[in-house]
Design a protein around this ligand. Structure first.
Ligand code: BDR
Ligand code: CA
Length: 335
């Protein structure tokens, strides 16, 4: 059997329960070569995000560089992390953790992104599933970044679907709208995997039980524990989820787009982010891009984003299940 071409990926993340699901999919999938994890504030503080990234990778028996990134939004005031959704520790309140002696890479997340893009021009894919401050800072540090990275896939935003932190805003974009607008207008190949598709895909808690039973491993036990907590939040919010406990797998879909783009329908249009006022954090897609609107930021030359608008939800769940059920786990480093 031929080995698939492996994509060198930097995973920019704020783990976070769905971030953890996505991380384990990335580690399990043979087409993904995870070369670094850059963390940011968001679901938890950036310190906790870095701790969680180190812990999750060590639990899975991997040693991948992890960096600490931005701790606050670019301009707006920071908000308290959503402990009621992801737990105070970001992983559903795991309780006592095993001892792992993985250590942080000393570089900032932005510096790591810049260094890797320069070292591997045209090869790095950035999969970003938290607020976008690290990418925004990296763009400031290296203006050539859009020409150095292969592509960017963002979990964030929404066009047709209502927001999840305001009537129009999705959480990652809401948490740093100024950074997000900079990222959507940088002129690189970029895809937005937002609530239009992530709210179509529900993963059941029972699947995580099956995965944990199959592996009997601390990594999949921790993931099941975290999803159990996270699913309670979604069950309290949506009747269709309460009936059969489960949750949205938001960040996972960014990796599914990378490995299985044919499962998504996209439109390629300019996207801008409202940075202030009632619409703060709204991702606005120019759906009539044949018009050269005479307003700053909406002219015809505006950089474009591939926006995911539809998804084959059943196929996404199937791919996730097949991938996580495979032989991807290694013994815990340091057990
Ligand atoms: C996004 O917000 C975070 O809570 C999740 O991890 C995901 O990245 C969904 O809106
Ligand atoms: Ca996230």
């Amino acid at each position: 059997m031929s080995t698939p071409t492996r994509n060198k990926v930097i995973y920019d993340t704020d783990p976070g329960v769905d971030d953890a699901m996505a991380l384990y999919y990335a580690l399990a999938h043979p087409a993904i070569d995870l070369v670094g994890i850059t963390t940011t504030f968001g679901n938890v503080t950036v310190e906790q995000a870095a701790t969680n990234a180190l812990y999750l990778t060590a639990l899975a028996g991997r040693n991948i560089p992890v960096t600490r990134g931005v701790a606050t939004p670019w301009v707006k005031s920071p908000e308290a992390p959503p402990a009621h959704i992801h737990g105070a520790d970001g992983l559903g309140n795991l309780g006592a953790r095993r001892k792992v002696d993985a250590v942080l890479d000393p570089r900032s997340s932005a510096q790591f992104i810049v260094d890797m893009a320069r070292a591997h021009p045209g090869e790095i894919t950035l999969v970003a599933v938290g607020p976008l401050g690290n990418l925004s800072l990296a763009l400031q540090m290296e203006p050539q970044l859009p020409n150095l990275v292969r592509e960017v896939i963002v979990m964030g935003g929404t066009v047709m679907e209502p927001g999840n932190v305001s009537p129009v805003a999705e959480a990652n974009i809401w948490n740093d709208p100024h950074a997000a607008d900079r990222v959507f207008t940088a002129g690189w190949k970029i895809t937005m995997v937002g609530l239009d598709v992530t709210h179509r895909v529900v993963v059941l808690l029972s699947l995580f039980r099956q995965i944990a039973d199959r592996h009997q491993h601390p990594a999949t036990d921790a993931l099941h524990h975290a999803v159990d907590f996270y699913a309670r939040f979604y069950s309290g919010l949506y009747q269709h989820i309460a009936a059969t406990p489960g949750c949205f797998a938001h960040d996972l879909l960014a990796f599914l787009f990378l490995t299985h783009p044919a499962l998504f329908e996209i439109e390629t249009k300019a996207v801008r982010v409202a940075t202030e006022g009632f619409a703060q954090g709204q991702t606005i897609m120019n759906r009539r891009d044949f018009i050269d609107y005479p307003h700053p930021g909406w002219g015809k030359g505006q950089p474009r984003t591939q926006v995911c608008l539809k998804v084959d939800a059943q196929a996404c769940v199937r791919v996730f299940e097949e991938t996580l059920m495979g032989d991807w786990l290694r013994p815990l480093t340091n057990d």
